[in-house]
Design a protein around this ligand. Structure first.
Ligand SMILES: Cc1cc2nc3c(=O)[nH]c(=O)nc-3n(C[C@H](O)[C@H](O)[C@H](O)COP(=O)(O)OP(=O)(O)OC[C@H]3O[C@@H](n4cnc5c(N)ncnc54)[C@H](O)[C@@H]3O)c2cc1C
Length: 498
């Protein structure tokens, strides 16, 4: 079944109220959550639209039916490319974060890890996970990923923390399941997700065994509370506001207070050796997802900057054109890194096709480094109006309307109404609570920049580069070019989905 937005709302608003905003318990129909729900709506709408069949949907090898791509396990390069394309498309429609990829990446990571842990330890997590996934796909559920623990003192390991709840951990193991407690933080869209998919956030040691835990639970499960911080734009409730104003986001602290997780929903229970692997599988899949969403954010910044240049009548000036070209570099290099990650990906033992981690990490690291620069380009070209523009109401009020209409026009080819719309967009894109959210998400989402550097230092083949240098220096006559160039891309049937 592909859920409609109406069915999604019906299911969502029937959930038990366990969301807290500003000190009060609220229902999931609270107006401050609506801008985020509007984003999720689009993800259901796209799957319903015949125009986007095959992009927003896929055929599940598990159920044989048509499912939402967000619940699909990638089978080949084409699936990864389709995901990337879908994220960029959807990000453009909602003005940025599409919020579905974290759950998708957690599902991928669990699919790969459960097979690997079974192979090494003789456990039976993979079949259990597939049983859970079948239901998830058939009911077209939306999951968020709760990876980031509150972490307490960053210099202490989970088992060394004075407060054990700094990381989600196993409190009790029973025959029929486990009991868990602890905090996850910065969890996007959990307040309007069906499921919370929990995975570890870091490498673990034997002493951290109780912190090696992965599972999935409905968002309103007994013992779970969400302390939520929604982000929205000033005009969110104005029916005449621009499309950009309809959308927002929310992040939550997820509190697990002695929560019982039934066995059939537990995917890791004490396998500390796999903490790092599962954390990285999520992170690498998510860094590949960024190669779709970050180009979408760059597209929005680029378009807004180009429009601001036109509204300022400076669009033909050389320095403006040079600055605009920098967006093309940021967006398309990030996108190209994602394409390369998809083409040079590999089949894991679970059957999931996984993106090449080097390309996923270099792309993600570059976008993290560039994010403030891209916002700076908008600021430089738009001028200071982004933070000094009077409220929209003043442009319609009897006393100020005529004056402000004259004030707002800087290019005689653009009407006062359109000029106002352009400068409102500049304010919303560049100097709003959402802008701050995107800047910080651009740096830390999918892991702080140092995490990509660590991943590259671990996985990049520096030895083969030294070997090349030795060959060129005349030290090593047996240099192996092929090893340095990397594996064969999967251009054939795989890329075409055959
Ligand atoms: C907008 C937004 C949305 C997010 N959505 C999600 C989500 O949906 N799900 C989810 O699971 N997470 C989510 N995150 C969390 C994100 O993954 C983390 O912010 C990121 O991993 C960094 O963790 P942190 O915020 O705790 O920062 P910290 O880990 O505190 O990092 C701060 C600095 O300290 C350094 N540091 C930390 N520990 C050490 C150490 N031991 N040694 C040396 N240096 C250290 C880091 O490198 C960094 O420079 C989101 C974050 C943001 C900003």
């Amino acid at each position: 079944m592909l859920r409609t937005r109406e069915k999604y709302h019906e299911d969502l608003f029937a959930m038990k109220p366990n969301v807290y905003i500003g000190g009060k318990r609220v229902g999931r129909d609270d107006h401050r959550l609506r801008p985020g729900i509007n984003v999720l709506d689009l993800t259901f709408d796209l799957a319903q639209d015949p125009k986007w069949k095959g992009l927003a949907t896929a055929v599940s090898p598990l159920t044989g039916g048509e499912i939402n791509r967000w619940a699909h396990l990638p089978q080949n390069s084409r699936d990864l490319l389709q995901k990337q394309k879908l994220i960029r498309l959807a990000a453009r429609r909602v003005g940025g974060c599409i919020q579905r990829c974290m759950g998708h990446d957690a599902v991928n990571a669990l699919a790969v890890y459960t097979r690997e842990v079974d192979e090494k330890k003789g456990t039976s997590y993979h079949q259990r996970f597939l049983d859970w996934l079948r239901d998830y796909q058939e009911r077209d559920l939306d999951g968020c990923c709760a990876q980031t623990d509150s972490k307490g003192d960053r210099m202490k390991r989970p088992s060394e923390q004075p407060d054990p709840d700094a990381y989600v951990h196993i409190v009790e193991e029973r025959k029929d399941g486990i009991v868990v407690s602890g905090f996850k933080m910065s969890i996007t869209q959990v307040a309007y997700a069906d499921e919370i998919i929990v995975i570890p956030t870091r490498a673990l040691t034997a002493e951290d065994r109780d912190f090696a835990v992965a599972f999935s639970l409905p968002g309103d499960w007994e013992g779970i509370s969400l302390v939520t911080r929604p982000v929205w734009l000033r005009d969110k409730d104005n029916p005449d506001a621009s499309p950009f104003c309809r959308y927002g986001v929310s992040d939550s602290v997820v509190v697990f207070d002695n929560v019982f997780v039934p066995k059939e929903r537990v995917f890791m229970c004490g396998e500390w050796e796999f903490g790092r692997r599962l954390a990285l599988l999520f992170a690498d899949s998510h860094r590949h997802s960024y190669s779709g969403c970050k180009p979408g954010v760059s597209d929005i910044l680029c378009g807004t900057t180009a429009l601001a240049a036109e509204a300022n009548n400076i669009h033909k000036v050389a320095h403006v054109r040079e600055k605009l070209s920098q967006y093309a570099g940021a967006a398309e290099l990030a996108y190209a890194a994602g394409v390369a990650a998809a083409v040079f990906g590999e089949k894991t033992s679970s059957g999931v096709f996984f993106p090449n981690t080097i390309y996923a990490n270099v792309g993600r690291r570059m976008t993290g480094e560039l994010i403030y620069h891209e916002y700076n380009l908008l600021t430089e070209i738009a001028g200071g109006i982004a933070v000094t523009l009077p409220f929209e109401e003043d442009f319609h009020a009897d006393k100020t309307r005529d004056l402000l209409k004259r004030f707002i026009v800087r290019n005689s080819n653009i009407s006062a109404d359109d000029s106002l719309k352009i400068w409102k967009l500049v304010e919303n894109v560049g100097a709003s609570p959402m802008a701050a959210w995107y800047e910080i998400a651009g740096v830390h989402g999918g892991g702080s920049p140092i995490m990509e550097t660590i991943a590259l230092n671990l996985e990049y083949d520096f030895e083969s580069k030294k070997s090349l240098a030795r060959y060129l220096a005349g030290i090593n006559p047996d240099y192996d070019d092929l090893k340095d160039i990397g594996s064969e891309p999967v251009f054939s049937g795989d890329l075409l989905g055959g």
